[in-house]
Ligand binder design. Structure first.
Ligand code: UN1
Length: 516
């Protein structure tokens, strides 16, 4: 595809998503107002400016908060299945916009088009999930110790939910949070990454259509495109009882303590350092596909990306050879072109971090069997394209203990399962993990309480690509939060225990006598 042709196609995509190339606010509801500084969104695909935006100022934020507050008072009264109907309509719109939104994701953050579409599919899936949930949201009923008394739990909306998301899943992470928050009766204020503001604007436009068609207040879903100062406002806002934060462990640590200091709740999805154990009983062809997709998918910029392979010594040489062969086949280039497996990193700072990590790895004793490097040439003119690489390391190297958001894969050798599990667990992070084996004992040991300490533990599947039906999140420095499926909805509601007395007496609990 020529540049001119690609630009023309992208113009049409932007137009269909309601995004103009000129300055626009980033904003609130359907009314885009913003009076802050100007930012441009540049594509890492070709370095081109996609569009200019105006950020919200702190004053704009206050107005948006006011609008959210007003909307919350009304929206929480809508019956949950009616709220589910809003999300059902969002899911239908997303099906309609899947092609365009997937393309914008691919162009603005550089992931392959397949993965861009996959991300929109993840949004559709969570909408379907949330619609079903809107007819449930159930608490338990208990038996009271007192005659003629009934006890049960009910769940109520929290109010305003703050969502702070990262660039790497610029649309799906919003939808995981927003779909659940809304069916639970909350309204949202979303601060997306400044590296992917147009994806956020596109989502906001789609949501605004749904709100408008249902005569709902614009303040139900609010978008604030802004910098750290706006994130700080959300984090410190007592009127926002829940902040869902996706990002680095360093920032997550600050978010957690600030939100906790005001007795708010946070859902944290922070760094991962995910490993696949490949045992001598693995189906190696499967293991290689899982490992390569895990390491180079989204150019190694998923929280769930495979960073470490822990390989049994008896098959180590064979796995190494197969990996080198597989990496030789990888095509790196414009992610909108179907033949390319991997696109660019998000920006030149990410490239710098990738280069630093490689240098540190070498200094600490790492041996590269597939060399990295920054790609040059017309196709790579954005300076964000790098070669995925593989190094043989020790698990204890400081750089291996650290999450580098880049396609660098570390190989580690093990002798027995206990050692493999210890290596897998011996990092500060605890998001995702996997084992490749056809041996039941190995698989079950890995899944047992003496096994993986991560929030996600897979057998014969890689570390990335979790389905939305399960709760998503991890332990240790990953932050402990759970989003999307299972009972993650409970985070978005407050629990109330209710006891009703339908007798003419007032017996006290625990048999206490109190006569007057
Ligand atoms: C993330 O990297 O922040 O499991 C989310 C996966 C995707 C979500 C990743 N479903 O890889």
């Amino acid at each position: 595809m020529t540049n001119k042709h690609q630009k023309f196609k992208m113009d049409q995509t932007l137009q269909r998503l309601g995004i103009s190339r000129d300055n626009q606010g980033g904003s609130c509801g359907t009314q885009f107002f913003a009076s802050g500084a100007s930012i441009g969104s540049h594509s890492p695909v070709d370095g081109e400016l996609i569009a200019n935006l105006t950020k919200v100022s702190e004053g704009d934020y206050d107005k948006i908060l006011h609008q959210a507050r007003k909307a919350s008072a009304e929206f929480r009264l809508l019956p949950a299945p009616k709220r589910g109907e809003i999300i059902r309509q969002l899911g239908l719109k997303l099906r309609q916009y899947k092609d365009d939104l997937g393309k914008l994701v691919s162009y603005e953050v550089g992931k392959s088009l397949q993965e861009g579409w996959g991300e929109v599919q993840e949004m559709i899936d969570i909408c379907d999930f949330a619609v079903g949930l809107s007819r449930q949201l159930h608490g338990y009923t208990m038996h009271s110790e007192r005659v003629g008394h009934r006890m049960y739990e009910q769940y109520h909306p929290l109010g305003i939910v703050g969502i702070i998301s990262a660039f790497n899943f610029p649309v799906a992470v919003w939808s995981w949070n927003a779909a659940l928050a809304l069916v639970c009766g909350n309204v949202t204020i979303w601060k997306p990454s400044e590296k992917a503001p147009l994806c956020a604007l596109a989502c906001q436009n789609i949501m605004a259509e749904v709100l408008k068609e249902n005569q709902l207040s614009e303040g139900v879903c609010n978008l604030v495109i802004g910098g750290a100062e706006i994130g700080e406002k959300i984090v410190n806002q007592p009127e926002i009882p829940l902040v869902s934060f996706t990002g680095s462990t360093a920032v997550g640590r600050q978010v957690a303590s600030k939100v906790a200091a005001r007795f708010g709740r946070s859902i944290l999805e922070l760094g991962g350092n995910n490993a696949i154990i490949i045992t001598e009983n693995a189906d190696l062809d499967m293991a290689i596909i899982g490992a390569v997709f895990g390491a180079v998918g989204t150019a190694g910029q998923r929280c769930t990306s495979t960073r470490r392979l822990i390989i049994h010594h008896s098959i180590y040489a064979q796995v190494k050879e197969k990996l080198v062969e597989a990496y030789r086949q990888l095509k790196i280039g414009n992610p909108l072109e179907h033949q390319n497996h991997m696109g660019p990193l998000i920006d030149v700072q990410a490239v710098k971090q990738y280069e630093d990590a490689i240098a540190q790895c070498k200094n600490q004793g790492g041996h590269f069997i597939v060399e990295g490097g920054v790609l040059v040439g017309e196709e790579y003119k954005s300076k964000c394209y790098v070669k995925p690489c593989i190094a043989e390391v020790e698990n204890s190297y400081p750089i291996v203990q650290h999450e580098t958001f880049a396609p660098i894969l570390y190989l580690i050798k093990y002798k027995d399962m206990e050692e493999a599990i210890a290596l897998q667990n011996n990092v500060p992070q605890g998001l995702s993990s996997a084992i490749m084996t056809q041996n039941l004992r190995e698989a079950e040991l890995f899944l047992s309480s003496a096994g993986s300490d991560c929030g996600i533990a897979n057998v014969n599947i890689g570390t990335s690509g979790a389905e939305i039906g399960g709760a998503f999140g991890g332990e240790k420095e990953t932050g402990g939060g759970r989003e999307s499926g299972s009972d993650a909805w409970k985070y978005y509601m407050r629990r109330q225990t209710t006891t009703i007395n339908y007798t003419k007496d007032l017996p006290l609990a625990q048999g206490i006598k109190f006569d007057i």
